[in-house]
Ligand binder design. Structure first.
Ligand SMILES: [Zn+2]
Length: 652
């Protein structure tokens, strides 16, 4: 069945937002305390209305492989560099801001506040200690939940922490000094002005950083301020956003529909439309090649030096391997690049919003997928699935990554360890060589580096060091240079092998994952998954498993990449219900009694039903059941809502 049209939903959304804004304006006439009850209720209602409308939409990010952009490359590089400076500036400001605030607190809060903070810090440390033990327990017993004792230990601590936070905020309220209030308000004002200054300095009237890119960076910095994890495109220097455009979080602002992008008339973003035949089954990959254009800034008027409305666009060849939902709105366009060995790989990411096809949900069949690593004959088992039709499991199976792919990955890792070994040997050689040299004859700049060589881990440092040595010759420096250059050639060679092998193996593995998601999607359109953090990705016990070392566990996680599999599944299914993972492998799917796994741990026995259960089937079957129950109790739309980030943390 068809769903509502996007334009209709947007109209509804706009009307609801207008009402909300009008009410907000009305509320501004009152102080917070004197706000009439009636008005307050109206505002809450309007908020809920907006939320309800938003539920009709869902958003998804599509990432397309790209080639290096063409045209205006210098401008693009400049943008990238400006973005880098902007990020640095914002972080500097962030640090200064925190320091200033701490100073104000110390000045007016005095010893009392310091004491309160110290006691909260101690509680935090205790909590961390228990958390570590919980993690250890989970790993040891391959359980998704902590033991009752540990939970009992954690509970009062959490309460204590809450109380400590309350005490701090209560104490802050008692600081009844006018000067404190003035200082705080001055601080807020300073933040506002400083932020504005930096924004203007880098903006279109200043250095000319494209505002989309500017917004992405500012958002990432704010995320770090709020204690959220910054996106990987922000921290990881091997994966960087180079340019971004369009932000349509608010309906009234800057919206762009997919059709508008395809019409190639807007100056912000354009994409050449592909014929429908390109997405038919069996169509070649090449037929899905197209180009996108993204605005990275505005041209300057050569006479006045001012920015004009003439855009600077870069063209990006992309492969649109998937069809975008027809009736959708573009929220974000991000052009980023990832470092792969010595090459930059380009990607264009489009996040779009489209009407949720609500009528499509078919509750009569629900899939449950249990992610869990286990070695089996011929490969690694990554997931187990079960298809439920009302009360019974009608079909089930598993996903296995074959040995040949695992072996390829292992081989790639061996190459990596050779790379590291070579670096360590190089370090040793340099240290020994340095001891024999006449230190007075070595230029300061080289000597300072030589002193620290033994602490270097990054290969890049040695490559930079080559430049330092070759630029500052001294007696015997050609000996050193000779060894360094030989090492560099070998390093580059091995690096290409390592990255290449790894990329090929990962791409083969991901193909298997995609096919798996595709196969499942044909069986049902509702999927139950565990709403757990991937760090807790459990290792199911192997029948003859010895103690697993953490290094091996890490490698398993890396090789099997459950996060990637999750992503593919979430992309493929319109309805993903995330369920609480607690006890999914411990309870009998029929009667919910606790299963007795005994020593075998592969089969569990239910005393009530007098039945043996395959451990794998128990997990996926229970997950599908939990998903079904969740849908029945809160409805499909609510059940598919992603948990908020805070909730995720608490679900341990
Ligand atoms: Zn039972």
């Amino acid at each position: 069945m068809d769903s509502k049209k996007l334009s209709d939903i947007r109209k509804e959304q706009k009307a609801a937002e207008d009402i909300f804004n009008a009410l907000q304006k009305e509320a501004k006439k009152f102080s917070k305390k004197d706000l009439p009850e009636e008005l307050k209720n109206k505002i809450d209602e309007a908020k809920e209305q907006i939320d309800n409308i938003k539920k009709q939409l869902c958003s998804k990010a599509f990432v397309f492989g790209a080639l290096q952009p063409t045209g205006n490359i210098e401008a693009l590089n400049e943008q990238y560099y400006l973005g880098f400076l902007y990020k640095k500036e914002l972080l500097k400001f962030e640090v200064a801001q925190r320091q200033r605030y701490a100073e104000i607190e110390t000045k007016y809060g005095g010893e009392e506040l310091a004491k309160l903070r110290e006691s909260k810090k101690q509680i935090d440390e205790k909590i961390k200690e228990v958390k570590d033990r919980i993690a250890e327990y989970k790993k040891k017993h391959s359980s998704k939940t902590a033991s009752a004792e540990l939970r009992a230990e954690m509970k009062p601590l959490k309460k204590e922490r809450e109380e400590a936070s309350e005490k701090i905020s209560a104490f802050k309220k008692t600081i009844d000094s006018a000067a404190y209030k003035v200082a705080k308000s001055e601080h807020r004002q300073w933040i506002k002005e400083e932020y504005k200054r930096i924004r203007t300095e880098f903006g279109q009237s200043g250095k000319g950083l494209g505002w989309g890119t500017q917004a992405v960076i500012a958002e990432a910095v704010q995320d770090t301020r709020k204690g959220r994890k910054a996106p990987s495109t922000f921290v990881d220097r091997t994966r960087e956003v180079v340019a971004a455009q369009i932000q349509t979080d608010k309906v009234t602002r800057m919206s762009m529909t997919l059709d508008e992008a395809f019409s190639c008339t807007d100056n912000r973003f354009r994409i050449k439309r592909l014929p429908d035949s390109a997405f038919e089954k069996g169509a070649s990959r090449k037929s899905r090649h197209t180009v996108a254009q993204i605005k990275i800034g505005s041209q300057k008027n050569p006479k006045t030096g001012r920015r004009t409305h003439v855009p600077i666009m870069v063209e990006v060849p992309i492969c649109m391997h998937r069809k975008l939902p027809q009736d959708s709105m573009i929220k974000w366009v991000k052009l980023f690049r990832e470092k792969d060995a010595n090459k930059w790989m380009w990607r264009l990411s489009l996040s779009v919003e489209y009407p949720r096809p609500i009528e499509d949900a078919d509750i009569s069949s629900i899939l449950g997928v249990d992610l869990g690593w286990r070695q089996v004959e011929g490969g690694w088992r990554i997931a187990h699935w079960a298809l439920r039709k009302s009360d019974t499991i009608v079909e089930s199976g598993e996903l296995i990554v074959p040995d040949r792919i695992i072996n390829k990955l292992t081989h790639a890792d061996k190459v990596k360890s050779v790379i590291d070994e070579n670096r360590d040997n190089l370090k040793e050689w340099i240290s020994a060589w340095y001891k024999k040299q006449d230190k007075r004859k070595i230029p300061d700049i080289v000597r300072d580096e030589l002193k620290n060589v033994h602490t270097w881990l990054s290969h890049n440092k040695f490559i930079v060091f080559i430049r330092v040595v070759s630029g500052n010759a001294f007696p015997n420096s050609d000996q050193l240079l000779d060894v360094l250059v030989k090492w560099k050639h070998r390093y580059k060679h091995l690096l290409a092998i390592w990255k290449g092998d790894k990329r090929r193996a990962i791409s083969a593995r991901n193909t298997i994952y995609r096919q798996f998601a595709h196969m499942l999607r044909k069986k049902a359109n509702i999927l139950g998954l565990e709403g757990m953090s991937l760090v807790a990705f459990k290792e199911s016990p192997q029948p003859d498993s010895a103690k697993e070392e953490s290094k091996t566990a890490k490698r398993q996680l890396q090789y099997s990449a459950p996060g990637t599999l999750r992503k593919y599944l979430e992309e493929k299914f319109d309805y993903v219900v995330r369920v609480n993972p607690a006890d999914t492998s411990q309870l009998c799917p029929d009667c919910r009694d606790r299963l007795d796994y005994g020593d075998d741990r592969a089969f569990g026995y239910c005393k009530s039903c007098q039945k043996m259960w395959d451990r794998d089937l128990v997990g996926s079957s229970n997950i599908s059941l939990k998903a079904l129950e969740k849908i029945e109790s809160v409805g499909i739309v609510e059940a598919c809502k992603k948990p908020k980030k805070e909730d995720k943390k608490e679900s341990e």
